[in-house]
Design a protein around this ligand. Structure first.
Ligand SMILES: Nc1ncnc2c1ncn2[C@@H]1O[C@H](COP(=O)(O)OP(=O)(O)O)[C@@H](O)[C@H]1O
Ligand SMILES: [Mg+2]
Length: 261
């Protein structure tokens, strides 16, 4: 079938482009000379041992940490000018769960960036929040206090807040940490649904055994970028033993589980 409005394929703008990025908190860089381009629409896992710079990597994409050198672009725009284009779901430990606030109010916080201080949320804001809560399957809990929810439900509410921001790119820091297996499936389902809706997702993940199953691409990081590619390309015994040193005992199992997406 001919398409009268067809154009030559536009050059695809990368969702995220990182050039020559070095970040230091002290004398030793946490990230050293990272170069990476992530295409839109992918579900990307970030793996590496504790303290390898995964959270710093995510914060650098957001422009939350000061760079020694290097550039980060979100959809072609320098990250410091790209605030509305990327949304962040922090690690659960970073949130005060006793704060008296409902599920709907947390999700509405995703809209506050767009609201002038004198205006109440509009019908459109509420509709966007309804969609976001539906996406994470938490709509029936709208009026529940956030402190009364399970860890996985809380995680999904914070995913709804990020979705309500309307950003095309979502960054999540260890969303699966400390949740049970059923909750892990529920969170993975939200990631898949967000991807189906066209989002690019970058997810810090601690479990190598499930990395191949969950993600389209993997970033393997330990101060430097050791690899970026499909799970089959990244989960190689020699690379993993170099990055994890003595801390990984189950190479054979992991390589056996390797996906070939
Ligand atoms: N705010 C900070 N101040 C000083 N050092 C930090 C800070 N945040 C992280 N680091 C250090 O930077 C390195 C990378 O940390 P991080 O990005 O949190 O790693 P990961 O998320 O992979 O565990 C670690 O050595 C950590 O101790
Ligand atoms: Mg971390």
């Amino acid at each position: 079938m001919s398409n009268p409005s067809s154009f030559p394929d536009p050059v695809q703008t990368p969702a995220i482009r990182i050039q020559n990025l070095t970040v230091s908190y002290g004398p030793k860089p946490a990230l050293l000379d990272i170069n990476l381009t992530i295409d839109p629409g992918l579900l990307v896992g970030v793996i590496g041992p504790n303290g390898s710079g995964k959270s710093t990597f995510v914060k650098s994409i957001l422009g939350f940490v000061k760079r020694d050198i290097g550039d980060v672009y979100i959809q072609g725009i320098p990250t410091e000018k790209a605030k509305g284009l990327v949304a962040y779901v922090p690690q659960r430990g970073a949130v005060d769960w006793d704060f008296p606030i409902t599920v709907r109010e947390v999700a509405l916080m995703g809209r506050y960036g767009d609201l002038p201080w004198y205006r109440q949320p509009s019908g459109k804001d509420h509709a966007i929040v309804d969609d976001a809560l539906e996406m994470v399957r938490m709509q029936e809990f709208s009026d529940r206090q956030i402190g009364q929810l399970s860890g996985g439900q809380q995680q999904r509410v914070f995913m709804a807040r990020a979705l309500a921001q309307g950003a095309d790119i979502l960054l999540l820091d260890e969303p699966f940490a400390g949740v049970d297996a059923a909750t892990e499936r529920a969170i993975l389902d939200v990631l898949d649904r967000a991807k189906e809706a066209g989002k690019t997702l970058v997810v810090v993940h601690h479990d190598l055994a499930t990395a191949a199953e969950y993600f389209d691409r993997l970033v393997l990081i330990k101060q430097r970028l050791y690899a970026y590619g499909t799970p089959a390309e990244v989960l190689h015994e020699d690379l993993l033993s170099e990055v994890y040193e003595g801390r990984l005992r189950v190479f054979a199992d992991l390589v056996g589980n390797r996906g070939d997406k």
